[in-house]
Design a protein around this ligand. Structure first.
Ligand SMILES: [Zn+2]
Length: 88
């Protein structure tokens, strides 16, 4: 039985939603098949993997207090904000 190949937009959507791997093995195979057949999506996937790897190894830095205060002021002025605040 031959299954339909994923579209480019569906492939990109799946890769964006699951940058560390797809949860469903069958869907994973379909994405891999699409990437073997589609150079454009394969190139996009390589770029995304490189970006994920880069951000995964980037050091985390503490924002200066002045920047945190400005961000908190902006967030605090937004009514109905759902941002969780860290208790201090
Ligand atoms: Zn494609």
């Amino acid at each position: 039985m031959r299954t339909r190949m994923l579209s480019c937009s569906r492939t990109v959507t799946l890769l964006t939603a699951y940058p560390f791997g797809l949860p469903d093995g069958q869907m994973d195979r379909k994405v891999r098949r699409h990437l073997r057949a589609c150079p454009r999506c394969a190139s996009w996937a390589r770029s995304m993997r490189a970006a994920v790897a880069f951000f995964g190894t980037a050091p985390t830095i503490e924002a200066p207090a002045s920047v945190r205060r400005r961000v908190e002021a902006v967030l605090g002025s937004t009514s109905g904000s759902t941002v969780a605040r860290k208790e201090t």
